[in-house]
Design a protein around this ligand. Structure first.
Ligand code: EPZ
Length: 418
């Protein structure tokens, strides 16, 4: 159990380097089982979810070593195509091993994945796409069994641009006979990262970043060294933290274009944002104004992952902000906790109405999920007195040394575990 203690009222100043992207690293770690040689990954964040992916790789028989933010994987010794339930339950991304194992071994045996409880989170789109590629998929007694003598390329139309279903389909299709076209694909930057990794490995994939991805039949060939892109949600979280607390921070190694919708609302709220190619400066006097209506959408729309942290930044903004959540049914779990600080938030279905208050007061909170937990820390930075967040380990799943990052910017944040 982690306990985060935040003493509010400090402005943030200084510069910090943005961690590598969790959600780009995880599918690439699954994809590394396809490599015919070694994989070296740079800028991989040290996180609980990354540890979970490494445990899966080792269980499968791969060598997986971590040295700071570099990872070395050798999947040539892979001997299993089955992932036990306890490893599957550790995170959502374990499901991406399904497409990767199917491509590598012609079979995969696993159970439904874990991850943040944000709603139902079915995997029907993943399974349907794998079946269309020619896999037999059976769901039996809590297990999913996939088998394919031969995967055949085809046109797959996703009715919703699911990030995970797009990734699983890309991986399985990389071993298919003939070309696969994914229409209605997710367009997130993490999909482009997966495409770039597969291509660096010798596959031929194009179109990522658009709704139409084409995977040509050419399997992986050699070793690969690859650098993970900056984490757009970690960057958005720090930008929201500075907006709320006030101050001036510089985010280095960030990719502002990847979270421009978040920056747009921070500007609307009254922050100065200066973007350069790989860094940006956020300046705020800590007195924000409400921004009207925010609607979460698939990329390039406003990201659901940044919704809780932007909500936290706007709790003291003058006026009323409405947030409409359209991606997950249950992504307002932070709201009852934020109310304990004195926030005025009204929930009606999938819309939250935030009426800015003059003061927040520190309280004892419980982290509900990864981004909800981060939102509580952001709110704590602006609350009078001490906020303590009890956390089963959600925040460390996605933020690398978050206490140190915030402290280096001048915040009073401590993390203790028990
Ligand atoms: C990815 O999850 C991210 N996780 C999530 O980040 C992110 O919130 C989400 O994309 C949306 O941007 C990783 O990349 C590891 P989806 P994923 O499939 O792939 C429904 C974070 O905080 N759906 O695009 O699980 C689903 O229920 C995490 O870092 C189906 O109905 O997201 C949801 O409502 C949390 N059937 C919506 O689509 C399916 O088969 C979006 O899910 C698949 C999805």
């Amino acid at each position: 159990m982690d306990f985060w203690t935040v003493r509010g009222g400090k402005k943030l100043y200084g510069s910090c380097r943005i961690q590598g992207s969790k959600n780009a690293s995880l599918p690439i770690l699954a994809a590394s089982v396809l490599a015919c040689g070694e994989t070296e990954l740079d800028c991989v964040p040290r996180l609980r979810d990354i540890d979970a992916a490494l445990r899966i790789l080792r269980h499968l028989g791969c060598r997986a070593e971590q040295d700071g933010n570099s990872l070395y994987i050798d999947a040539r010794g892979l001997v299993h195509s089955c992932i036990p339930e306890d490893l599957m339950h550790e995170m959502r991304s374990s499901v991406i091993f399904m497409g990767a194992l199917l491509a590598r071994c012609g079979e995969a045996r696993l159970s439904p994945p874990g991850g943040c409880r944000l709603g139902k989170r079915p995997i029907d789109l993943h399974l349907k796409a794998l079946r269309q590629l020619g896999a037999e998929v059976e769901e039996r007694g809590g297990e999913i069994l996939c088998r394919a003598e031969k995967l055949r390329g085809t046109v797959i139309r996703l009715p919703f641009p699911s990030v995970g279903a797009t990734e699983n389909t890309m991986l399985a299709a990389s071993a298919a006979e003939g070309e696969t076209v994914i229409e209605g694909a997710a367009r997130e930057p993490e999909i482009e990262a997966l495409q770039d990794y597969l291509n660096a490995m010798g596959c031929r994939v194009c179109g990522a970043g658009t709704g139409r991805i084409v995977i040509e039949p050419r399997g992986p060939r050699g070793s690969v060294r690859f650098r993970i892109q900056p984490d757009r949600i970690a960057a958005a979280t720090l930008a929201c933290a500075c907006a709320a607390a006030g101050g001036e921070i510089e985010l280095l190694d960030a990719e502002p274009a990847h979270f421009s919708t978040v920056l747009h609302f921070l500007k609307e709220a009254g922050c100065d944002i200066i973007t350069k190619q790989c860094c940006l400066t956020v300046r705020s006097d800590g007195r924000l104004r409400a921004v009207g209506t925010i609607t979460t959408e698939p990329y390039p729309g406003f990201p659901t992952d940044a919704q809780p942290v932007l909500m936290a930044a706007l709790l003291r903004a003058e006026g009323v902000t409405r947030i409409r959540e359209t991606i997950f049914e249950n992504r307002f779990r932070q709201v009852p906790e934020l109310r304990k600080l004195g926030a005025e938030i009204r929930l009606e279905g999938q819309t939250a109405e935030i009426r800015g208050v003059a003061h927040l007061t520190g309280a004892e909170l419980e982290a509900t999920d990864l981004r909800g937990g981060a939102a509580m820390l952001v709110a704590g930075l602006t609350a009078e007195g001490e906020t303590r967040v009890r956390d089963e380990g959600h925040i460390a799943r996605g933020y690398e040394r978050f206490d140190r990052v915030l402290s280096a910017l001048g915040a009073e944040v401590r993390r203790t575990d028990s």
